[in-house]
Structures are given as structure tokens and as C-alpha cells.
Design a protein around this ligand. Structure first.
Ligand code: PGA
Length: 255
């Protein structure tokens, strides 16, 4: 049985005061739902320390939105895994579509980041997903397959046990367009099958696969009811504690 896992990706939003207020409101409203659902929030780097202190008494985990693969040195502007652990991070997002398509990260860079995070003892939310043109050209499976195979090169089953996969069709992120539950399920099942081939069926049965892309209270229950949808990675709706909490409640009911 896979425990549902919901992540709130705050992206480049909030300021220090509103980040703390959001984290605290969430901790209050989530209460014992974390018995049934794993929950993490991904604040901007500069607020990680403050937010993890605000969440110290709660079961909500903290994640960064990115990492760098080197451990220290002359890498101006980058943040290492040790720095993230130092400020209370348990998870890191790697390969988010905005980093792939806005910043220009490659599968090779993403692979180095996934490896560095695992080696440092961090848990990884590894994001994949196709562009609209790729979906329209019926390349979704191939694109996602390549992102997973290249992103996980050289990572054995023990390492991969620290990974959650987030399937986020790029055309659904921040657009209000959500993949239908059937579209999400189809890709999630393909991913699980791929993971079974790369590792083992037993391993694939354990790995959690989140859906992301305009997930909101109105569609959370239906998405979570799909057999291979084990959680959600939520952008916009995670900035409203009442919306995020209602989605966590839907996930708890899906168990
Ligand atoms: P969205 O973002 O929920 O605002 O579409 C999801 C994500 O990018 O993780």
C-alpha cells in the first residue's frame, strides 16, 4: 500500500512573513491528516530555514525547489545538499519543468543532481512531463520514458528507493488545464511499467508517482482515485492553506 504524498510547490512566491504565515496556517489545519498522507512544502531557498523552524513541531516536511550537484566551492549562486540539510530540508525537487524549459536544464544535469541528492541522504521529487506539442504529436510516452531513463542513469534500486516521481504535463502547469484523470492514469501506469523494467515489479509497486498540473480542490479526489496516482504536486493551490488542506483531506479519503 502506497501512502499518498502531496507536495506544495510555492515556486517564486511569498515573502518571509507570508511564507511563515502560510506554513503555520497549514500546520494548524492539517492536524492529524499527516497520519494518512505525507505532506511537504517547497518554499523559495531564502525562506527554507524560517519555514522549517515554523514547521518544527508539525509532521509537514520541507523541500527545496532545486539543488546543485557539487558539495562546495566556486559555484556562484548555487546551493549544496549540505546547506539544504543544514536548514531542515528532507526533500528536494529536481527537474521541475520550469527548470527544464525556462532555465534550460538538461537530462544530464538533472541526473547529476538526483545522484548528488541521494548520496547526501535527501529524498528526491523527480519531475517529468511532456510539452503540449509533444502530446499533440503523440510523443508523450517517449518523452517521459527518455526523461526517466536519462534522469535515473546509474542509480540502483537502493538509491531509487529515495525517489518520488512527479508526472507534470507541461501544458497543464499553471494553465488551469488539468490532465483528465484518465490521461494522468495512462501515463502513471506507463511510468510504473517502465520502472518495473528498470528495477523490478516489487520496486515499481512501492514507488510513489505524483500528478502535477493545475491540481485543485475540485479535481483532487478524482485524480487521487486513479490506481496509479499516489499523490499530487501542487503549485497555485498550495498557496492557499484551505485549498491545500482540502486536497490533503481528499487524499486521506482515497486510502
Ligand atoms: P500548478 O503547478 O499546480 O500551479 O499547475 C504545479 C507544479 O508546477 O508543480
Amino acid at each position: 500500500m502506497r501512502k499518498p504524498f502531496l507536495g506544495g510547490n510555492w515556486k517564486m512566491n511569498t515573502d518571509k512573513a507570508s511564507a511563515v504565515a502560510l506554513a503555520s496556517a497549514l500546520a494548524d489545519s492539517v492536524g492529524s491528516l499527516t497520519d494518512k498522507v505525507d505532506v511537504a512544502v517547497c518554499p523559495p531557498f531564502v525562506y527554507l530555514d524560517t519555514v522549517s523552524q515554523a514547521l518544527a513541531q508539525s509532521s509537514i516536511a520541507v523541500s527545496s525547489q532545486d539543488i546543485y550537484f557539487e558539495s562546495n566551492g566556486a559555484f556562484t549562486g548555487e546551493i549544496s545538499t549540505d546547506m539544504l540539510k543544514d536548514v531542515g530540508c528532507e526533500y528536494v525537487l529536481v527537474g521541475h519543468s520550469e527548470r527544464r524549459h525556462v532555465i534550460g536544464e538538461t537530462d544530464e544535469l538533472i541526473n547529476r543532481k538526483v545522484k548528488a541528492a541521494i548520496a547526501a541522504g535527501l529524498k528526491v521529487i523527480f519531475c517529468v512531463g511532456e510539452l503540449l506539442a509533444q502530446r499533440e504529436a503523440e510523443q508523450t510516452d517517449e518523452v517521459v520514458k527518455q526523461q526517466i531513463e536519462k534522469g535515473l542513469v546509474g542509480i540502483d534500486a537502493a538509491g531509487a528507493a529515495n525517489i518520488t516521481i512527479a508526472y507534470e504535463p507541461v501544458w497543464a502547469i499553471g494553465t488551469g488545464l488539468t490532465a483528465t484523470p484518465a490521461q494522468a492514469q495512462e501515463v502513471h501506469a506507463m511510468i510504473r511499467n517502465l520502472i518495473a523494467g528498470m528495477y523490478s515489479q516489487d520496486f515499481a509497486d512501492q514507488v510513489r508517482i505524483q500528478y502535477g498540473g493545475s491540481a485543485k480542490p475540485a479535481n483532487a479526489a478524482e485524480l487521487m482515485s486513479q490506481p496509479d496516482v499516489d499523490g499530487l504536486l501542487i503549485g497555485g493551490a498550495s498557496l492557499k492553506p484551505e485549498d491545500f488542506t482540502s486536497m490533503i483531506a481528499s487524499a486521506a479519503e482515497s486510502v
